[in-house]
Design a protein around this ligand. Structure first.
Ligand code: ATP
Ligand code: NI
Length: 350
């Protein structure tokens, strides 16, 4: 693949569409409080595609769910998520409830939940899923279905055939695209997708990635794409955020993360990827095990697995520190990491 050079440099001119501040999610458990998202902050700008990547259990879905105030009981989200509309008005998403929250979730920030393919009701045709969504939001059906047709066509589906089908009559890839069309039918500004391609084969994953870029360009959408599949998301995202143990440990333009990874975990993660254009099945796992959210390590949560860790890392949690423009890493020794953890290949470029 050829690396995208991403021009997020002028992001100050763009609308900060979502601003998450000190976001946490906790569960009260018998053995203590489980902190499954730990004080994370992130700004998302209009029109960009942000990829969130991390190993299983690192908190990706908790971050996604809290952006829509959709953390399931008994999980509790705290902090602030400010969503800013085109007219400059802003809302704190965690304050929304009832009807206001329901409207927000379809009209402003829409989400394809993890494992959502099963969200289609097997006993009703795809058309009815669209019609019910439009009706529930008081949208004119004729106008709404015109948009549905357009969106299905944009996703290279035959609208008539798909709308008349029952979910089981469609392949996984078709169903996933129909679900993306459904998520966009009320014209949200932001689409959050949590592992949207996990159940699909490699070719279909890559074709969905291409389609998402086209859709973003056509509708000026902002997208958040969540996955454990670094090679896949690197093809799509303008910017990446690497999550480890319920926090972001490195964020930056995709090209910089691939060529100048600075957090030891990101370096190990990329080293576990023999070739960024290879499928994830060829990735080796990063050695060591993921921390327990009830009893996380002291200091830097990566220290037990980190070859560079010393007493300071055991005692003190490193904040995100600037590495270069728009690029940050939460490591006291990121400069050393660049020296001490050699990359198997230059950012896996091929
Ligand atoms: N209902 C729950 N009660 C308690 N802990 C939970 C609950 N749901 C999730 N968790 C814990 O929260 C942590 C973060 O989970 P999350 O689903 O965000 O991970 P993830 O990065 O999305 O993983 P995956 O790639 O497997 O989807 C995990 O340790 C998980 O066990
Ligand atoms: Ni998840």
């Amino acid at each position: 693949m050829s690396l995208q050079t991403n021009d997020v440099a002028d992001e100050t001119d763009r609308r900060k569409i979502i601003s998450a501040r000190d976001l946490s999610v906790t569960f009260d458990m018998d053995r203590g409080t489980s902190r499954v998202l730990n004080d994370v902050s992130m700004d998302i700008y209009e029109g960009e595609i942000v990829g969130i990547v991390g190993e299983s259990g690192s908190g990706k879905s908790m971050f996604a769910d809290s952006m829509l105030n959709a953390v399931v009981d008994p999980g509790v989200a705290s902090g602030e998520i400010v969503y800013t509309r085109e007219n400059g008005e802003s809302v704190d998403v965690l304050d929304l409830e009832g009807e206001g929250l329901r409207e927000f979730r379809w009209n402003e920030v829409s989400m394809v939940f993890q494992g959502a393919l099963s969200a289609f009701n097997p006993t009703i045709r795809i058309r009815k899923h669209f019609v019910e969504t439009l009706n529930a939001h008081g949208v004119d059906e004729t106008e709404g279905m015109e948009r549905a047709n357009q969106l299905l066509g944009d996703l290279y589906l035959d609208p008539d055939r798909v709308l008349e089908s029952y979910p089981h009559e469609l392949s996984g890839g078709m169903k996933q695209r129909a679900l993306i069309a459904l998520s966009l039918v009320l014209e949200p500004d932001v689409l959050v997708m949590d592992e949207p391609t996990a159940a699909l084969d490699l070719l279909m994953q890559r074709s969905i990635i291409r389609l998402l870029r086209e859709i973003r360009d056509k509708y000026n959408l902002t997208m958040v794409f969540i996955t454990h599949d670094l090679p896949l998301v690197a093809r799509l995202a303008d910017r990446l955020a690497v999550m480890y143990a319920f926090e972001f440990v490195e964020t930056g333009p995709t090209g910089k993360i691939l060529t100048e990874p600075s957090h030891p975990y990101t370096r190990e993660l990329l080293n576990a990827t023999p070739d960024i254009s290879a499928p994830i099945s060829q990735m080796k796992p990063v050695e060591g095990s993921a921390p327990d959210p009830v009893t996380p390590p002291t200091g830097c949560s990566y220290h037990p697995r980190c070859p560079l860790a010393d007493e300071k890392c055991e005692a003190e949690a490193p904040p995100l520190m600037p590495v270069s423009e728009n690029h940050e890493a939460a490591c006291f020794y990121w400069e050393e990491a660049v020296e001490e953890i050699p990359m198997a290949s230059q950012g896996g470029q091929s």
